[in-house]
Design a protein around this ligand. Sequence first.
Ligand code: PLP
Length: 437
Amino acid sequence: MTTAPDWDALLAADREHVWHPYGPMPAATTQLPVVAAQGTRLRLADGRELLDAMSSWWCALHGHRHPAIDAAMHAQLDVLPHVMFGGLTHEPAIRLAQRLVDLTPPGLEHVFFADSGSVAVEVALKMALQAARATHGEGRTKVLTVRGGYHGDTFEAMAICDPVGGMHSLFTGALTVHRFGPTPPPGGLDSPLDDAWAAELDALAERHAGELAAIVVEPVVQGAGGMRFHSPACVRHLRALADHHGLLLVLDEIATGFGRTGALFACEHAGVAPDVLCVGKALTGGALTLAATLCTPAVARAISGGDGGALMHGPTFMANPLACAAGLASTGLLLDGAWRDDVARIEAGLREGLAGARGLDGVADVRVLGAIGVVQLDGPVDVPAATAAAVERGVWIRPFRDLVYVMPPYVTTDDELAQVTDAVTAAAAAGRVGCGA
Ligand SMILES: *Cc1c(COP(=O)(O)O)cnc(C)c1O
């Protein structure tokens, strides 16, 4: 028998030694201790269970510890949990690369495995810069993107995040200055192209084409930059603009990939295929960290025929076999297409369940796309108050800025979804700063 851990002591040590995301040291708040996860639920040290309405930050799309993913990892663990990838290869990486080539839009044939989403974005940027140098010579060292984006926390990824909402002001002078067009105007899947927005992007590309290697955006959904949705027509316009100026189109589907928006990849809503695609987050179904950058043969040829003759990147844990086995199992669960019905069902449940939040004092907008539900307040959310209101109702959420939002696992039942939307509505009411609740 093992003795139960002393959680008071552990949490004191957590506060003293362990840094949490975007947090001060020591932490301003105490974190909730999780001891187990199963399906849609997290179990806390005190025995309470919470529905993980965040899918652990977009990752656990089949819920936690799906038996197929667990079994694949156990089998892999017993034979080859890790080996270096330089000069060596292994079946999980080969099979997962084939799977990704099959699942992603046509034309993407080559796969570079990275160990996190941010690194996949760095690799995409290196691909774009190396390909541009090989094709156009020196000088094309910048990219065109839009405001409101989020692409990760490493330096070059940070440099293309929204310059105001992101962290640019803390690193003034240390970041590459890229070119930013306006945020894509809010829109649904059928909204027409906003001509004024398109004209601004056109003018920006025209003015800076000589220094640009690529256009880089999140298609249809801007995630951590503000949970905004825009028309696929914007993505089609950027595809045409990239082609017009000989730029690569790099799409960051690290959040949107693997069905979250109702299409397997969000760019399918636009009928557009990128030259370079980043995937991550849900790639392993939330089991382990893994991401990938895919590209077309034309991009690969340019890089491989250019200076150095190689893509200059190679993480130590590249294509970790255990993570690839999890990725193969998780993507395998998507093959029968049943996720489509689940995402459609969750979309309908979120629309219905969040409709009441629209009338609340202080709610600026309620929007739903696929298995993503967003309640936007008219000011910053009181995060501890909002989180506490949801936890009281048995639901885990993590609001940020003016947003209370959820992206539940696809296996969330209708009853669980009702619990989630009730909790989000309560959190939005409680989280309004100055409401005194
Ligand atoms: C989360 C995210 C990233 C960064 O991924 P990490 O694994 O956190 O490094 C990049 N782009 C988008 C769109 C994301 O949502």
